[in-house]
Design a protein around this ligand. Structure first.
Ligand SMILES: [Zn+2]
Length: 85
């Protein structure tokens, strides 16, 4: 984290505590160069719903794609079409 005062890019955390809501962490940092203190907040990045595939790779959840894959796998789409005839 760059120091907002001198731009030095190394600092140490002197205090770390959750905010009132508990959704983020407030850190007091001290610049290793100019020794001035500043505050940073650490929050969770809201990730899209991820699917973990069988081979361990992750993929953003895509309902349409998932549904299509299921239909193909079970043969539902094909038999439904055949029954209509
Ligand atoms: Zn500094």
């Amino acid at each position: 984290m760059k120091c907002p005062f001198c731009g030095f890019d190394d600092s140490k955390v002197v205090d770390s505590r959750p905010t009132d809501e508990g959704t983020s962490i407030r850190r007091r940092r001290e610049c290793l160069k100019c020794l001035k203190r500043f505050t940073t907040y650490e929050t969770v990045e809201r990730m899209p719903l991820m699917l973990v595939k069988r081979d361990g790779t992750r993929q953003a959840y895509d309902r349409q794609k998932l549904l299509g894959g299921l239909m193909k796998a079970t043969g539902v789409a094909h038999s439904a079409r055949a029954n209509r005839r």
